[in-house]
Design a protein around this ligand. Structure first.
Ligand code: UDP
Length: 334
């Protein structure tokens, strides 16, 4: 039987864009998603894609998947991702982002599948001691969300030493944008991310954008983030699969462009792309926001051969606008 890649959380934002790219490369995919936040419509219907609805903590379902398909590697996206909610409900985050994936790791181990690509985040670094952030920057995550990602990294490292697991941790900076043709994109409920909120404000669907503080030590006083196009992230997963198969090594890689944009600059780019005024108001800082988060992404370039193709904020916002203002209005039916 041909081999397949298991994608957990494949119906989510970054997962669905990754499935699309991996499918185009001709890989066989098995997607496991409980559809709590994911969207079935974000995935194409194809002979090369098998969909299972369920959680990564469902041992019997996982066993069925590993029996039905020859899984050579797992790309693990499934997780809760709301920072604020994780502070209020840490148990929910540790249960979902650590306990359940441990079942996935157990089943992988029992079937001799040792290759894993894990969606990690720049939030595992905590407040930067220096910028840009490289992969050796100390990891002192602040929120339970960031800690859950950090702890699972540590668990997988130990499984690597003891059980021969091979891993790639992809530490995303600010995932943003949509498929360049506008066919799929970001649909979170609730939406908390800057770019989709700005686009909804531009459409008149959402009130003035609340800027969380303009008294930071940055040129215009608003926070700097490294916005990385979701199709660039997707491409990195393909390269990470090759890395695991060919190099038989393990590593952690930052995925960013290396350039930071302020909230104010993003607002101006949204006005530029949409040709509409975007009203905003200044509100107090949001707890836990770092002043600047910018990646040093040279390791991914030298080791994976990966580099962001969409270096400008323009093509990120343009693609997001195509999705948000397109036929589906930035929303999936299910
Ligand atoms: N932000 C903002 N108002 C909003 C949402 C976000 O000012 O309604 C700012 C936020 O403080 C941060 C940047 O926009 O500096 C990106 O925030 P987002 O939540 O998109 O991603 P994060 O960096 O928190 O992962």
């Amino acid at each position: 039987t041909p081999t397949s890649i298991l994608i957990t959380g494949g119906a989510g934002y970054i997962g669905s864009h990754t499935c699309r790219i991996l499918s185009k490369k001709g890989l066989n995919l098995v997607v496991l998603d409980n559809l709590e936040y994911g969207h079935r419509d974000a995935l194409e219907v194809s002979e090369n894609l098998h969909f299972y609805q369920g959680s990564v903590g469902n041992e019997s379902l996982l066993k069925k998947i590993f029996i039905n398909h020859k899984i050579e590697a797992v790309v693990h996206f499934a997780a809760y991702t709301y920072v604020g909610e994780s502070v209020a409900q840490p148990e929910k985050y540790y249960e979902n982002n650590i306990l359940q994936p441990m079942t996935l790791l157990r089943v992988m181990k029992s079937f001799g599948c040792v290759n894993i690509i894990f969606s990690s985040t720049c939030a595992t670094y905590g407040n930067p001691h220096y910028l840009p952030l490289d992969e050796n920057h100390p990891q002192h995550p602040v929120s339970p969300y960031g800690k859950s990602k950090y702890f699972l990294e540590q668990i997988i490292r130990d499984y690597s030493k003891a059980y021969g697991f091979r891993y790639v941790f992809l530490r995303y900076f600010n995932a943003s944008g949509a498929a360049m043709d506008g066919s799929i994109g970001e649909d979170h409920d609730p939406e908390t991310h800057l770019i989709p909120l700005l686009l909804k404000t531009a459409k008149g669907e959402s009130g003035p954008l609340k800027i969380f503080g303009n008294d930071y030590e940055t040129p215009d006083g608003t926070c700097l983030r490294d916005y990385i196009h979701v199709e660039d992230l997707a491409e990195a997963h393909f390269l990470a699969l090759s890395y695991l198969q060919q190099r038989k090594a393990s590593n952690a890689f930052n995925l960013g462009t290396g350039k930071g944009y302020s909230v104010m600059e993003v607002i101006h780019e949204v006005e530029n792309v949409t040709n509409r005024k975007v009203p905003f108001e200044i509100v107090p800082r949001r707890e836990g926001d770092a002043t600047s988060l910018v990646a040093q992404a040279s390791l991914a370039k030298s080791q994976l051969g990966w580099e962001a193709k969409h270096k400008s904020l323009y093509s990120i916002v343009e693609s997001a606008w195509k999705w948000e203002n397109g036929p589906s209005n930035g929303k999936y039916n299910n």
